[in-house]
Design a protein around this ligand. Structure first.
Ligand code: C2E
Ligand code: MG
Ligand code: MG
Length: 845
C-alpha cells in the first residue's frame, strides 16, 4: 500500500511538474519574444526618428535657398542624429535582408552626409549647390524610401510577432490552468482511489471480523492483492479457517463427549432401573480392595437388612452351604485366573430365616491389559422354585406316578450300581449274593377289565405297599409298568434263602386285598435271577428274571422259578419263531382248515369255522395256539388276520360256485383281540367282502368276551357297524372269561359258543353240567343261538340235543380239514344234505 501511495503521489507530482515545466517553457519563450518585440518597437521608434530626421533634413534641404543660413546647422545636427539612429538600428537583430538594407542605408546616409557637406561648403557656386542639393535630396529620398519600406515591413513583422506572443501567452495560461485543474482532479482521483484502496479491504475485514466475533467462524473475505491489506486478508482468512477447523473439531469433540455422557447417563440409569427392578440381586467385587458391594435386592432376597451383610467376601462364602462352598470358591478362583469365560455356579445360600435358598450366580471379571482381573460383578438369581421343580421332575422321571415306587429307569440304575459294587468287591466278598425278582400279577387284566381301572389302580397301590413292607431296608421294590413289579434283594445267603423270602412274599400276596368294597385275591408269577460274575449289565439280570417269570406263566402261573440256562433256550426258540413268523407272512405260508358246524337235530351242515394253520417249511403244520399269541404280541396278526378273512371269503365264494345248492353256507372267522381293536376293521372287512363278491350275512365273526370288555364302547360301535352289513357275531369260548353276565345283553351278538372245557367235563361232574345248562338257559332267555364246541362223543351230542342246544361242532362230527378234504367230505358223507335249512331262520344266529 505504501508503494501504491508513493506511486500515486509521484505520478501526481510528475504530472503537475510536467504541466508547470511546459507552462514555464512557454512563458520563457514568450518572455524572449516580448523582449525582442520591445526591441523591435524601439527600433521602430528609431526608424521613425530616422525617417523624421531624414524628412527634416530633406525639408531643410529644400528650404535652404531661402533660409539656408539659419537652417544649415539644424541639417547637420539632424544628419548626425540620423547617423546615430542608423547606427543604433544596426545593433538590432535583423533578418539578413534588413541588415543588408541597413548597411546600404548607412552607406547612403554617408553619401547623403557627404553630399550635404559638399552642398554646405560649396556655397559660392549656386549651380553646384543646386546639384549638390539635388544629389543630397535624391539620396535623402532614397533613404526615406528604404526606411519607410523597412518600417512597413517591420510593422507587419511586429504585428505578427505580437499576435504570436499573445497566442503563446494564452497557451501558457491554458497549460497552467489545465495543469492546475487536472492536478486537482488527479489529486481528487488519487485521494478517492487511495481511500477506496484502504476502506474496501478495511470494510471487508471489519465485516468478516464482526462475523467471526458473532461466532460465524470460517467466514473468509474475497479481497486479494499484494498489498498489506491483501496480506492481512490472507492472514485473516487463514485465521478464520483455522478457527473454523478448530471450532469444528471442538464442536465434534463436544458432541462426542455429550453422546458419551448421554450413553453413560442412560447406561447408569438403565443399571439403576435394572438393579431396582431386577428380581436378581447384584454384586460387585473390587478384587484389589477385596470389598464386595451387594445390592439391596441381593440382601432382601435372602431376608437380610441393609446392615446385616458387610462387604467382606469371606462373609459371603460363609453364607454358602458348606457342601456347595468349595465348588463355588473353586469356580470363582478359576474365573479370576481366566480359566473360564464367565462365572456360573449354582449353590445353596443361607436365608436369614435359617433355611437355604438355591441360587444361580453368574458373574464376569473385568481385566486390565495384562489380563489380570481387578473387578468382578454379577447377579444372583433365586432358583429355589426351579430346583424344587427339577427335583420333582427328576423324582418323577425315576418314580412311578401311581405307586410312588422307583420306576424301571431307577431300578436299572440301582441294579447297575449294585452290579458295579459287586464287581468292585468281588475280591473281598466273592460270595456276596443278591437277586432280582420279576413279578407279574396273574389275572390282573381280568380284575382291571371287570372291576374297572380305578379298582385296578388301587390294587396296584396296595400290592406295592405290601411288597415294600415285605422287604428289608436296602432292598429295592420297583414298578416296571402295568402289573409288573421287580425287586432287588440284597445280602442273600444262598438260593434257598431267596426261595424262602419269595415264598413268604407269595404267601403274603395271596392274602385278600380289600379294595373299594371288593375282596380281591391275586397271585403273582415270579421270576428270579441270582447275581453272578457273568452279569455285566442290569438288563441281563432283568431279562433272565423275566424269562424265569415267563416260564412260571407258561407252567400255570402263581409260582416262582429261579432262572436257569435252559429257560434262555426256550426264549431264544421263541425269538426264532418270531423271525420265522415274519418270513411266513412274507411268503404266505398259512393254510386254512375248515371245521363243519352242524345242526344237531337234523345233522345238517350249516357252515364252517375257519381255522388257520401255519405250514412251517421245517416244522410242518403248526397250530394256531402256538403262533397266534406271538402274532398278537408282534402285531403280525393284523396282516395274517386280513389274509385269513380274505382266504375264507375266497374259499366260500369258490364253493358257492362249485356247489350251487350250498348258497346259504356260512363261514365263521376268528378275530383276535388286537385285530378287533383296529378302528378301520369294518372298512377292511367290507372291502374284502366286495372283492370276493360275498354278502355280509355269509360271514360270522367269532370274538371273546374279554375282547369286548377291554374297550366296551368302542367294541359296541364296531359290532354295530358289522351287524349293519348283515354280519353275525358269535361269542367264542363262552364261560371261560371273566364275564359279567349283566353285560351280555348289551352286546349285539347273535350266538354263544359253549367252551369245549365245559362240554368235556359235562359228564364228569355235576358242576360243569350245571354251567352248561345255565349257559343254555341264558342263551334262550336272551334269544341267542347256541353252538357247543368240542363235541367228541355221541353222548355229548345227545345230551346237548336234549338240553335244546341247536348246533355243535367237534371231532365227533368232523375234524377241521383243508379245503380239498372238506370237498371230499361233503361229496361223500353229506350229499344228501344238498338242500340246506339255514340255522337260526327266525332267530338271530
Ligand atoms: P376256537 O376258536 O375255540 O377253535 C376251536 C378249536 O377247538 C380248534 O383248535 C379246533 O381244532 C378245536 N376243536 C374242535 N373240535 C374239537 C374237539 O372235539 N376236541 C378238541 N380237543 N378240540 C376240538 P385250533 O384250530 O387249534 O384253534 C385253537 C384256537 O386258535 C381257536 O379256538 C381260536 O381261538 C384260535 N384260532 C384258530 N384259528 C384262528 C384264526 O384263524 N384266527 C384267530 N385269530 N384265531 C384262530
Ligand atoms: Mg373259534
Ligand atoms: Mg372256541
Amino acid at each position: 500500500m505504501k508503494r501504491k501511495i508513493i506511486l500515486y503521489l509521484l505520478s501526481l507530482f510528475f504530472f503537475f511538474s510536467a504541466g508547470a515545466i511546459t507552462a514555464s517553457v512557454y512563458i520563457q519563450n514568450t518572455t524572449l519574444e516580448l523582449a525582442r518585440l520591445i526591441k523591435l518597437h524601439q527600433i521602430e521608434d528609431l526608424r521613425q526618428h530616422l525617417i523624421m530626421s531624414i524628412q527634416t533634413v530633406q525639408s531643410d534641404l529644400y528650404t535652404v535657398g531661402t533660409s539656408m543660413g539659419k537652417n544649415l546647422d539644424s541639417i547637420v545636427q539632424n544628419v548626425s542624429e540620423l547617423e546615430k539612429n542608423a547606427k543604433n538600428c544596426l545593433s538590432c537583430h535583423h533578418e539578413p535582408e534588413i541588415a543588408k538594407n541597413l548597411d546600404d542605408m548607412l552607406v547612403l546616409i554617408n553619401d547623403y552626409q557627404g553630399a550635404l557637406s559638399q552642398y554646405i561648403t560649396a556655397s559660392a557656386n549656386f549651380e553646384r549647390i543646386d546639384n549638390l542639393k539635388f544629389d543630397a535630396g535624391r539620396r535623402g529620398n532614397l533613404i526615406l524610401v528604404i526606411t519607410e519600406t523597412m518600417s512597413v515591413k517591420a510593422s507587419e513583422k511586429l504585428r505578427s510577432m505580437t499576435h504570436s506572443v499573445m497566442q503563446k501567452i494564452t497557451r501558457a495560461k491554458i497549460i497552467l490552468y489545465l495543469t492546475i485543474v487536472l492536478s486537482l482532479l488527479l489529486g481528487v482521483f488519487i485521494a478517492a482511489k487511495l481511500t477506496m484502496f484502504i476502506t474496501k479491504p478495511v470494510n471487508e475485514l471489519v465485516t468478516a471480523a464482526r462475523a467471526v466475533a458473532m461466532g460465524e467462524v470460517g467466514d473468509t473475505i474475497s479481497y486479494q492483492d499484494k498489498t498489506e491489506f491483501g496480506e492481512l486478508a490472507d492472514v485473516f482468512n487463514r485465521m478464520s479457517l483455522s478457527l473454523e477447523k478448530g471450532y469444528t473439531a471442538l464442536h465434534d469433540e463436544i458432541i462426542e463427549r455429550k453422546k458419551t455422557e448421554e450413553a453413560l447417563r442412560q447406561s447408569e440409569e438403565r443399571y439403576a432401573i435394572a438393579a431396582r427392578g431386577a428380581n436378581d440381586g447384584l454384586w460387585d467385587w473390587n478384587l484389589g480392595m477385596n470389598k464386595v458391594y451387594f445390592s439391596d435386592r441381593w440382601k432382601s432376597m435372602l431376608g437380610y437388612d441393609e446392615n446385616d451383610v458387610g462387604n467382606n467376601p469371606e462373609e459371603w462364602f460363609n453364607l454358602v452351604h458348606p457342601d456347595d462352598r468349595k465348588d463355588f470358591q473353586v469356580r470363582v478362583s478359576a474365573h479370576i485366573e481366566g480359566l473360564t469365560s464367565h462365572l456360573e455356579c449354582e449353590y445353596r445360600i443361607l436365608h436369614k430365616d435359617g433355611t437355604y435358598r438355591w441360587i444361580l450366580n453368574r458373574g464376569l471379571a473385568v481385566r486390565d491389559i495384562g489380563g489380570k482381573a481387578y473387578r468382578m460383578a454379577g447377579s444372583q438369581t433365586d432358583i429355589t422354585e426351579r430346583k424344587i421343580a427339577e427335583e420333582q421332575l427328576i423324582y418323577d422321571a425315576f418314580h412311578d406316578a401311581l405307586t410312588g415306587l422307583p420306576n424301571r429307569a431307577l431300578f436299572m440304575d440301582r441294579l447297575q450300581h449294585r452290579l458295579r459294587q459287586a464287581q468292585k468287591n468281588s475280591q473281598r466278598h466273592p460270595d456276596y449274593l443278591f437277586a432280582v425278582l420279576f413279578f407279574d400279577l396273574d389275572r390282573f387284566k381280568v380284575i382291571n377289565d371287570s372291576l374297572g381301572h380305578i379298582v385296578g389302580d388301587h390294587l396296584l397301590i396296595a400290592v406295592s405297599q405290601r411288597l415294600t413292607q415285605l422287604v428289608r431296608p436296602g432292598d429295592t421294590v420297583a414298578r416296571l409298568g402295568g402289573d409288573e413289579f421287580a425287586m432287588i434283594l440284597e445280602d442273600l445267603k444262598d438260593r434257598e434263602h431267596v426261595e424262602q423270602i419269595t415264598g413268604r412274599i407269595e404267601k403274603d400276596l395271596a392274602l385278600p386285598f380289600y379294595i373299594d368294597g371288593n375282596e380281591i385275591f391275586t397271585t403273582a408269577s415270579i421270576g428270579i435271577s441270582l447275581s453272578s460274575p457273568d452279569y455285566d449289565r442290569p438288563e441281563e439280570m432283568v431279562r433272565d428274571a423275566d424269562i424265569a417269570m415267563y416260564q412260571v406263566k407258561s407252567r400255570g402261573k402263581a409260582n416262582h422259578e429261579v432262572f436257569e440256562a435252559g429257560m434262555y433256550t426256550s426264549t431264544v426258540a421263541r425269538l426264532h419263531l418270531e423271525t420265522d413268523l415274519r418270513k411266513a407272512v412274507e411268503h404266505q405260508e398259512f393254510v386254512m382248515h375248515y371245521q363243519p358246524i352242524m345242526e344237531l337235530s337234523s345233522d345238517r351242515l350249516i357252515g364252517f369255522e375257519a381255522l388257520v394253520r401255519w405250514n412251517h417249511p421245517q416244522r410242518g403244520l403248526i397250530y394256531p395256539m402256538d403262533f397266534i399269541p406271538l402274532a398278537e404280541e408282534t402285531g403280525l396278526i393284523i396282516q395274517i388276520g386280513e389274509w385269513i378273512i380274505n382266504e375264507s371269503c375266497r374259499q366260500l365264494s369258490a364253493w358257492r360256485t362249485q356247489y350251487e345248492d350250498y348258497s346259504n353256507l356260512k363261514v365263521s372267522v376268528n378275530i383276535s383281540s388286537r385285530q378287533f381293536l383296529q378302528h378301520d376293521l369294518p372298512d377292511k372287512i367290507m372291502s374284502i367282502l366286495g372283492r370276493n363278491n360275498i354278502e355280509g350275512k355269509s360271514i360270522t365273526l367269532e370274538i371273546t368276551e374279554s375282547m369286548l370288555m377291554e374297550n366296551f364302547d368302542a367294541a359296541i360301535a364296531v359290532l354295530n357297524r358289522l351287524q349293519a352289513i348283515g354280519m353275525h357275531i358269535h361269542l367264542d369260548d363262552f364261560g371261560t372269561g371273566y364275564s359279567s353276565l349283566s353285560y351280555i345283553h348289551r352286546f349285539p351278538v347273535n350266538a354263544l359258543k359253549i367252551d369245549r372245557s365245559f362240554i368235556e367235563k359235562m359228564h364228569q361232574d355235576d358242576e360243569n353240567m350245571q354251567i352248561v345248562k345255565t349257559i343254555i338257559a341264558l342263551a334262550h332267555n336272551l334269544n341267542l343261538d347256541l353252538i357247543a364246541e368240542g363235541l367228541e362223543t355221541s353222548e355229548q351230542v345227545l345230551q346237548l340235543k336234549d338240553l335244546n342246544c341247536h348246533y355243535g361242532q367237534g371231532f365227533f362230527l368232523s375234524r377241521p380239514m383243508n379245503a380239498a378234504a372238506i370237498e371230499t367230505w361233503m361229496g361223500r358223507k353229506h350229499a344228501k344234505f344238498l338242500s340246506i335249512k339255514l340255522p337260526g331262520s327266525g332267530n338271530k344266529a
